[in-house]
Design a protein around this ligand. Structure first.
Ligand code: HGY
Ligand code: MN
Ligand code: MN
Length: 407
């Protein structure tokens, strides 16, 4: 299995070079490098005797239909889009391990069809809203999303058409009732498995997340001639609120809150900032706690805006509830991890995943691999060969037990 693990890692590194930017890994939803990734994965899927299609939401989908198998199919996969200046394994490793699992299933002569999904959009970087690909597959794509605009003023509709797809056909991407379940394999992206010196974990639930765009508007003015007491400085107001976000989250157990994106206008050293647009990302495993935290943080923004005579606009982009994974499938996966010789830790995921969208439609489970250094959404993101091998051994046990179950 070590050779397969090395191949999966090498494939992630090869796909990492398919980027919008020289020297950095950046591959937003349906940007041109996605065509390269599709071509590469298509060749690999065809070498596994899979039929390949790209659906109208840009998901690349490979189906292995064993001779004579007519039953429900298992879904495997993860996303191929990335954040800016990303690591090489977030998403893509899950697709490469899915393809290795297919080859293992074929060697075991598993008689269950498997569809591997390379989701087109999980990060929500290009249009601000995540899970566009998996929403289409889970039949919960909202057509008004097509009017979303990216940083270049292109609509989601136009981005899909520019990629050579027809957004009118998105409804056809939806899965029907002929699906056994979905397993997403993904790096943990945090410090837990490394701290406990564990290779793998079965995910019990995925934390809910809220994304809001806030805009403070004051008065741009001359930095040299405007006395301090006559200013309506949008950036000073934003800075005060960002510090308040951090201290609120530090004092509220289990909440993580992040302001990761900041756009300042006119963004010049000798001009007082007129407007500041920023992102708020709040997560928690318990939805009411997250909702209360978001309300408290928006109230603080309002209070700061009022005191500083700034206008405030808040636009909610996402309110994704926490999602439990399917108990039976997760237990089945945990037993396979143990049968492969590894402790089967159970843990929640702080990161969002396409699995949380699919879970609304089919029994869904997630397998985590250790993130050395606990770092992700960063070029230093990495995996250990032995942990990738562990995920392959767990996959072989998973299929062996599945085959025994259906006999
Ligand atoms: O932001 C997230 O949780 C995921 O990595 N897209
Ligand atoms: Mn991911
Ligand atoms: Mn990610």
């Amino acid at each position: 299995m070590r050779d397969r693990a090395l191949r999966a890692i090498a494939e992630c590194q090869r796909i990492a070079a398919m980027s919008e930017e020289q020297g950095r890994i950046t591959r937003r939803f349906l940007t041109p490098p996605t065509h390269e990734v599709h071509a590469h994965l298509r060749r690999r899927m065809q070498s596994l005797s899979m039929t390949v299609q790209v659906d109208a939401a840009g998901n690349l989908r490979g189906l292995w239909q064993p001779e004579g198998a007519a039953g429900k199919r298992l879904l495997l996969g993860s996303h191929i889009d990335t954040v800016p200046d990303a690591g090489a394994y977030d998403g893509v490793l899950g697709v490469m391990l899915a393809l290795e699992w297919v080859e293992i299933a074929q060697e075991l002569h598993l008689s269950i069809p498997i569809e591997v999904l390379a989701f087109s959009e999980e990060e929500g970087v290009r249009f601000g809203v995540p899970f566009i690909g998996s929403r289409a597959i889970a039949d919960c794509f909202d057509p008004p999303l097509l009017a979303l605009i990216d940083a270049d003023g292109l609509t989601l509709d136009a981005a899909i058409r520019n990629f050579g797809l027809d957004p009118e056909q998105i409804a056809k991407a939806a899965i029907g009732a002929d699906v056994l379940g979905m397993i997403e394999v993904h790096i943990e992206q945090g410090p837990v498995l490394e701290a406990e010196d564990l290779a793998l974990a079965a995910v019990t639930a995925i934390a809910g997340q809220t994304r809001v765009v806030l805009e403070f508007a004051g008065q741009a003015n001359h930095a040299g001639t405007t006395p301090m007491h006559l200013r309506r400085d949008a950036l000073a107001g934003a800075a005060e609120w960002i510090a308040a976000v951090e201290s609120f989250a530090q004092s509220t157990g289990g909440i993580v809150a992040t302001v990761g994106k900041l756009d300042v206008t006119p963004n010049a050293s000798n001009v007082i900032a007129g407007t500041v647009s920023m992102s708020l990302d709040v997560r928690h495993a318990h939805d009411p706690t997250r909702a209360t935290a978001v309300e408290a943080l928006l109230e603080q923004a309002n209070a700061i805006a009022a005191r500083r005579n700034l206008a405030l606009q808040c636009t909610r982009q996402l309110d994704q509830p926490a999602v439990p994974m399917d108990e039976k499938l997760t237990t089945f996966l945990a037993e396979a991890i143990e049968a492969a010789g590894f402790p089967s830790k159970r843990m929640t995921s702080g990161a969002g995943h396409d699995a949380m969208v699919l879970a609304a439609r089919v029994p869904t489970a997630m397998l985590f691999l250790r993130s050395p250094g606990g770092i992700s959404h960063h070029p230093a993101e990495t995996v250990r060969e032995e942990d990738v091998e562990a995920a392959l051994l767990a996959g072989r046990e998973f299929f062996a037990r599945l085959a025994a179950k259906i006999q």
